[in-house]
Design a protein around this ligand. Sequence first.
Ligand SMILES: NC(=O)c1ccc[n+]([C@@H]2O[C@H](COP(=O)([O-])OP(=O)(O)OC[C@H]3O[C@@H](n4cnc5c(N)ncnc54)[C@H](OP(=O)(O)O)[C@@H]3O)[C@@H](O)[C@H]2O)c1
Length: 326
Amino acid sequence: MDTTLNAWDVSRYGGPDVLTPVTRPVPTPSAAQVLVRVRASAVSRADGMMRAGQPKFVRLFLGLKRPRAGLAGTCFSGDVVAVGDKVTKFRIGDAVFGEAGLQFGANATHISVDEDGSLLTKPTTVSYEEAATLFDGAMTSWHFLTRVAQVQPGENVLILGGSGSLGTAAVQFAKALGAKVTASASARNTEMLRSLGVDHVVDYNAEDPLKRGAAYDVVFDTLGVASFGAAKPALAENGRYVCPVLGLALLRDMILTGVIGGRKARFAAAGMLKPEMHREELSEVLALMAENKFSPVMDRTYPLSDLVEAHAYVETGRKRGNVVVV
Ligand SMILES: NC(=O)c1ccc[n+]([C@@H]2O[C@H](COP(=O)([O-])OP(=O)(O)OC[C@H]3O[C@@H](n4cnc5c(N)ncnc54)[C@H](OP(=O)(O)O)[C@@H]3O)[C@@H](O)[C@H]2O)c1
């Protein structure tokens, strides 16, 4: 049994170079916790945002002067290596994946988490690398399409930013939900999106995807590259503009469209949902994976010791799908 763990410290907000490797004693799980030997953990845009403390309002949740948790990483997969004496759902040897939430510390060799938290059994058909990404792009896009936008079969759906972590999941989910799917991407990612089943790919450098004369029932702006105002003329009556990137304009549009107008603007913070919602929604995602209707798109895999490089790559804004460290 290992006695020390490797993790990454974030003791101040800033660029990737604020990340510092640390070693600590492996914790003994408390009565209702499991200790996981981490096999893979995600490096997401949200992780970068939290490391940077940007936009500044996130510091209200993470710590005003410095990151309160002091460790990096939110989404992980691995094997249970110890359990507390009240744990009933998991056993030593189980393969699991989960989200550490505001506890952080997933970019590490070990993590202790509550058995009743955002933790699920990893199917053998899903790799550790894939499983580590599911709480980011997959869960967020599934939540936005099924719970926030409530996509119906036959609807016209536009995914803005089809090649990112959220986008590559969203296009597959929208197809699985029976929608007609248009997605925006640059020319280098057009073929990938076609291979994921997208009906129309729009090169955003050549054409404004919101000015094609189409009436979309749902516009999912995965990157916050547009706005409700810009999307409104392209929305069908009762169309929904949904976006996971919160800004003041979106907040205002949510409040206004909550009381007037058929076309709606909506935001949600999928990471802040209750663990039982996480487990329910990810069970639905796993069912789609078992039916071969969804597979996470994997970009680069770095060793855990190269977390700084992984963050720098994610920060370019050019990744395709997901990045993990192992
Ligand atoms: N609210 C929530 O619960 C929640 C949860 C998770 C994440 N998020 C947020 O969701 C956002 C998206 O994250 P992500 O991981 O999906 O992003 P990402 O993977 O970093 O997105 C990168 C991709 O976007 C493409 N892209 C860049 N500019 C574009 C444009 N103008 N139009 C279309 N595509 C463009 C890039 O392709 P090219 O290089 O070819 O352009 C690249 O493939 C982040 O802001 C993240 O913080 C929110």
